[in-house]
Structure formats: C-alpha cells, structure tokens
Design a protein around this ligand. Structure first.
Ligand code: IPD
Length: 300
C-alpha cells in the first residue's frame, strides 16, 4: 500500500513529463510563425534571447504538472523556481516539523527547459526541444525530451533504461537506446556547444580548436538537451560543453546515463560545474583528460 508520504513512482512522473513535453512541443511547432518569431527579451547577452512562446510553453508545462501534482515545485528557465499552489512550506533546519529526505515526505521538483535551442527555433532549424525532468529528494528520477521537428520523444527513468518514442507518448514503437561503445577519441564524433557571452566563447573556441585535430570531427547542434539524447542514441559519440544550466541538461543527462553513458564534470566535479561531459566510459575518460589538460574549466 502506498502511504501519503511515499515517493511517487518514477514511471508516474515520467508519464506527466512526457505528456507535458509533447504538448508544449506541439504548441511551439504549430504556433511558430512562418517568418521569424519576435524576440521579446534578452538574457546574458544580446544573442541569448527569449520569445513570447518560450514563456507560453513554460506556463503550459507548469499548469499540466500542477493539474496532476499541485504540491510540487517547478524550476523553469524563464520563471525560476515556483512553489506549487498546494506546496508545503519550505523544509529546513528552521522547520523541524518539515524534514526532507527519509524522515519527511518526498520533495518533488520539476526542472523545465520549455525551449532548448531557442536560436535554432528562431531560424527554423530542427534541433530544438522541450525538456522536462522530475527530481525526488534532489535526484533526477524521470526525464523527457521532445524534439518535435525530428518527431522524437526521448525518455528515461532512473534504473529503467532510456527509450526513443514519438509524441504523443506511447503512440509509437519505443526503441531502447544504447550509446556507442569502444570508440577511441581519435575516431569520436564529438558534439559541443557555446555559451552566449563573448569571453566564454573565446575560451570555448580555444579549447575546441585544440581538440579538433584529435577527434574524428566536431558537431554544434544548438541544443544541449538534444546533444545528450544524441549521445544516448549513438548519433554522436560524445558531448561536452562549458556553462550549461540545470534545465538544459537535467532530463538529457538521465537519458544519456540510462543509455550507458557516463555523465560527469571535470576533475571529479558535478556535471555543468562548469563543464559537462557525456560518453561511454572509456571515451569519457579520454575526453576528460584532454579537456582537463586544455584547461576547459579555466578562467573565462
Ligand atoms: C542553449 C542550448 C545550446 C547551448 C547553450 C544553451 P537555450 O540553451 O542548449 O546548445 O550551447 O549553452 O544555453 O538558450 O537555447 O535554452
């Protein structure tokens, strides 16, 4: 019997993540104007843009999550972290009546990138995605990445494997994902991405320039979430990037891991602190050592 404080099953959270990601992806695909969507705001630099549709998609996802789980917090790229309408007061040392973790009710937080690959979306390119992950007591246990222009839905639960399906979820024949193994760095196709700030980009350019002669080739797809799913699907061998945010990678990192990749940071740090790298174990280790030697996490 499930007691009220028991953690929700990852499969139940995944079903919510998949349907919210698919619905938002469909809305974004349908409502994209034939020309170029209007940029309504910029973030870290003039090229780091937000369209009205990014915000609409995040609102829609939040609403869908709260229809099913009104007590959960949602961390979204556009609005930051928002408590659910039926959310309990924050836990913490000052609230001994509300302990988190094993002694308290499970804390569920959703991590949402309503539109990862905004620049691709703006230009009408295919690699943009909606990414929805669910964390229970700070551990990501379910993740969905919908890529409408590829007709793909990538999904995983912790310990349950990673799958490629199509939207609406369950409509197609899910295919189990396995990342490529046994590829040496010299023959690896490596995806990467660049931040929006000029100084960070200069450093990223230096690192990628030194890496390029040592690998098969480099790809810059334009969506970190899609890049991680590409590692999972074996359409690239590895991915690394400096400076991505939690919402860019939360779902994709779980999907890559469940497909057999290791997803880490540099020198024992967590992914995205400030570098994330993902690949099958041997290749990840080789890539790690080269990135560390190149100082990919150095000052920028
Ligand atoms: C960006 C994409 C891109 C990556 C950037 C991200 P956004 O996310 O994931 O591939 O290189 O670092 O910021 O801005 O399109 O949501």
């Amino acid at each position: 019997m499930i007691a009220p404080g028991d953690p929700p099953a990852p499969g139940d959270l995944l079903a919510i993540a998949c349907s919210a990601a698919c619905e938002a992806g469909e809305m974004l695909a349908e409502r994209r104007p034939a020309g170029r969507p209007e940029v309504v705001a910029v973030k870290s630099s003039p090229t780091d843009v937000v369209t009205e549709l990014d915000r609409t998609a995040e609102d829609l996802i939040r609403q869908r999550i709260w229809e099913r789980r009104p007590g959960d917090a949602v961390l979204g790229e556009e609005e930051g972290e928002v408590a659910g309408p039926a959310g309990r007061p924050a836990a913490g040392p000052d609230r001994p009546d509300r302990p988190d973790g094993p002694d308290g009710p499970a804390r569920v937080r959703w991590i949402v990138d309503p539109l990862d690959g905004t620049v691709n979306y703006l230009y009408g390119l295919a690699d943009w995605a909606v990414s929805v992950a669910a964390e229970v007591n700070s551990e990501v246990v379910a993740g969905a990445v919908a890529v409408p222009r590829l007709g793909a839905l990538f999904a995983a639960t912790a310990g349950g494997g990673a799958w490629r399906d199509s939207c609406p979820a369950g409509g197609g024949q899910p295919v189990r994902l396995r990342c490529n193994t046994g590829v040496p760095l010299s023959r690896a196709l490596v995806a990467t991405g660049f931040g929006y700030e000029a100084e960070v980009r200069r450093e990223q350019g230096r690192v990628v320039g030194a890496l390029l002669p040592r690998v098969r080739d480099i790809r810059r797809g334009g969506s970190a979430a899609v890049d991680l799913c590409s590692v999972a699907a074996g359409t690239v061998d590895a991915y690394y990037e400096r400076g991505v945010h939690l919402w860019d990678i939360a779902a994709g990192a779980l999907i890559a891991r469940e497909a057999g990749a290791e997803v880490t940071g540099l020198r024992g740090r967590s992914p995205a602190d400030p570098v994330i790298l993902a690949a099958a174990p041997g290749l990840r280790a080789e890539l790690h050592d080269v990135l560390a030697e190149l100082g990919a996490d150095g000052p920028a």
